[in-house]
Design a protein around this ligand. Structure first.
Ligand SMILES: Cc1cc2nc3c(=O)[nH]c(=O)nc-3n(C[C@H](O)[C@H](O)[C@H](O)COP(=O)(O)OP(=O)(O)OC[C@H]3O[C@@H](n4cnc5c(N)ncnc54)[C@H](O)[C@@H]3O)c2cc1C
Ligand code: SF4
Length: 560
């Protein structure tokens, strides 16, 4: 930061500064004000409005909301569609097998859960927070952590706007603000950009396994009334991924003839020719899936990384002056594909720890009680009981994970029924490599031939990106930074056929050539980025760093 910029920035003082208005950040804000209405709390959100960047499934386990706002029904929370039926199927090339719900471990049941738009749940939570007196500033991307003289986090910089292409202040430059707090809570979701810096600076992952991720892609469809079954939750595994990657699909029927249709690909896939977006598109042509969508229309599209490492990848959650909340630390129960309840519970726990600390006139130290609550109470138990299911899949494949993980989750469910939680019978399996390291050399694998999208059920990326309503001011520098600009062509293209061309769900990265096919160059169409963070995670050379663009830019998801 140059001194001119530093000198012209205004500062605001708060008790707690929260980065990110997702379920984790908003829960922390609400809980702080429930505990003491005089606390000064601010939530900063990079989306143009709360919910604009929220992308989740989502089947919501209401346990987090029950703990935070027990009368959420009376307060009009948008949880309008209770789950009425669970279906689970294994797809093959030539058909499918349904697994009876009676065979599914009770842990996997969605009974008592709700099909929701988490974007709308967050919009409603923001209203609750504002009624309690929380300051919520959307369109404020947090670009820097601030440190005090002792190296403790003391605040953030938010809202810097108007940089020119070369990174210098442009004609409409706004230096942004400094938001100072006794504590800073990073609630940025999976692979948060400031969280990544805090994890590195304080070595928070020194004793945990590498974090693992999936890319989750999702479309909202309006289907014909006769194809709509409100409350139906359906998951599949198998085709089209087969042995190429772990993952699977979801289809959640909400209200008003709307269906959430989504597909997750685990990012530890080896074959760099794999094209997650096209796997999603071709899955929609499976006959039973196509039957639901036929005659309907796709209303919106988006994608977001999902943290999948679970218990063993949970980093240390506290650092001097702050904490990691929710998926900034990775609190998803992977077999259940649920993290929103834990995000809410983590926000609540961090708020309670901060409230105690502030009451004792502490500041900028470590909120150890928060770490303890997460590890030994509900979140820890939830994550521990399924901790080996994902590594079992990574090491031994889908069938081993289904059978071994299934038996293990059955036993966990039975033990939970008699009051013993967080137990797994499987050996403690570890995540050995990061998803970037898992990527194999292109020459070891055959390219995959993907059918061309038909424009009816399946769409190319250039068409679908318009349905994310993303936008980035063209005059700013690219927020996708290459540490070494030569690596995409000199290393990644030669070794891995530059997988960025395929793993980015909206085609931000292209290798362009002259007409005769010579002179390959790496092109970054940053305007299309939908902030999924996959490039930051999967680039095999770890040469791409996702940073925040100016506030308000990025997708504008209506009700994802
Ligand atoms: C495809 C998919 C399906 C899923 N399905 C389910 C499901 O059915 N049920 C379930 O419970 N969970 C599901 N999950 C997981 C769930 O979405 C996450 O566990 C949850 O979103 C975590 O909440 P969070 O508040 O930690 O982060 P997020 O929900 O990611 O929220 C983070 C917020 O912080 C903002 N932000 C980030 N960085 C900055 C910054 N530097 N400055 C300002 N703002 C910033 C973002 O814009 C965003 O609004 C799914 C996830 C995906 C991707
Ligand atoms: S550029 Fe990166 S963060 Fe943006 S959409 Fe593509 S993969 Fe996701």
């Amino acid at each position: 930061m140059d001194t001119m910029t530093e000198a012209t920035r205004e500062a605001m003082e708060y008790d707690v500064v929260i980065v990110g208005a997702g379920p984790a950040g908003l829960s922390a804000a609400i809980r702080l004000k429930q505990l003491d209405e005089n606390l000064e709390v601010v939530v900063l959100e990079k989306g143009s409005e709360v919910g604009a960047h929220i992308l989740s499934g989502a089947v919501l386990d209401p346990s987090g909301l029950d703990a935070l706002i027990p009368d959420w029904k009376d307060k009009g929370a948008p949880l309008g569609t209770p789950v009425t039926e669970d279906r689970f199927r294994i797809l093959g090339k030539n058909g499918h097998v349904g697994i009876p719900t009676s065979l599914m471990p009770p842990l996997m049941s969605n009974h008592g859960c709700y099909i929701v738009s988490m974007g709308n749940v967050c919009r409603w939570m923001a209203e609750q927070a504002e009624e309690l007196g929380v300051d919520i500033f959307p369109g404020m991307a947090c670009s820097e952590l601030l440190y005090d003289a002792d190296g403790r986090v003391s605040g953030v910089v938010a809202g810097e706007m108007g940089l020119a292409k070369d990174g210098t202040p442009g004609p409409n430059y706004e230096p942004g603000m400094e938001l100072h707090g006794r504590y800073v809570m990073l609630a940025e979701g999976a692979r948060g950009s400031l969280s990544k810096q805090a994890i590195a600076r304080y070595g928070l992952d020194a004793n945990s396994d590498p974090q693992k991720y999936g890319i989750g892609m999702k479309e909202l469809w309006e289907v014909r009334p006769e194809n709509h079954r409100p409350g139906l939750v359906e998951h599949t595994m198998g085709w089209p991924l087969g042995g190429n990657a772990g993952g699977g699909s979801f289809m959640y029927h909400l209200d008003n003839n709307q269906v959430y249709v989504g597909f997750v690909v685990h990012l530890n896939y080896e074959n760099p020719h794999l094209y997650p977006y096209m796997e999603f598109q071709r899955w929609k042509h499976e006959p039973s899936v196509a039957k639901v969508l036929e005659g309907g229309k796709r209303v919106s599209f988006g994608a977001r990384a999902i943290a999948e490492g679970g218990w063993q990848s949970l980093p240390k959650l506290t650092f001097p002056g702050g904490v990691l909340l929710g998926c900034a630390a990775g609190m998803v129960n992977v077999p259940r594909i649920k993290g929103n309840h834990n995000a809410m519970l983590s926000g609540k726990a961090a708020a309670e720890a901060a409230f105690e600390a502030i009451g004792a006139d502490r500041r900028q130290d470590e909120l150890d009680d928060y770490e303890w609550i997460v590890r030994v109470r509900d979140i820890g138990r939830d994550l521990k009981s399924v901790r080996s299911v994902k590594p079992l899949w990574s090491d031994y494949g889908m069938t081993a994970s289904l059978v071994g993980g299934g038996i293990d989750m059955w036993v966990s469910s039975l033990l939970r029924g008699i009051g013993i939680s967080g137990v797994s019978l499987l050996p403690f399996l570890r995540h050995k490599k990061s998803d970037a390291e898992a990527t194999g050399r292109a020459k070891r694998f055959d390219p995959i031939d993907y059918p061309k999208p038909d424009g009816v059920l399946s769409f190319d990326r250039a068409t679908n990106v318009a349905y994310s309503f993303t936008n980035h001011e063209d005059s700013q520098p690219s927020h996708l930074r290459l540490t070494d600009p030569s690596i995409p062509i000199e290393v990644n293209l030669k070794r891995y056929d530059e997988p960025a061309q395929r793993y980015c769900p909206v085609g931000v990265y292209e290798v362009v050539r002259d007409e005769d096919g010579s002179n390959p160059r790496f092109q970054i169409n940053f305007q299309n980025c939908i902030h999924c963070k996959t490039c930051d995670i999967k680039d095999p050379s770890q040469n791409i760093t996702w940073t925040v663009p100016q506030g308000g830019d990025g997708p504008n998801y209506p009700n994802m």
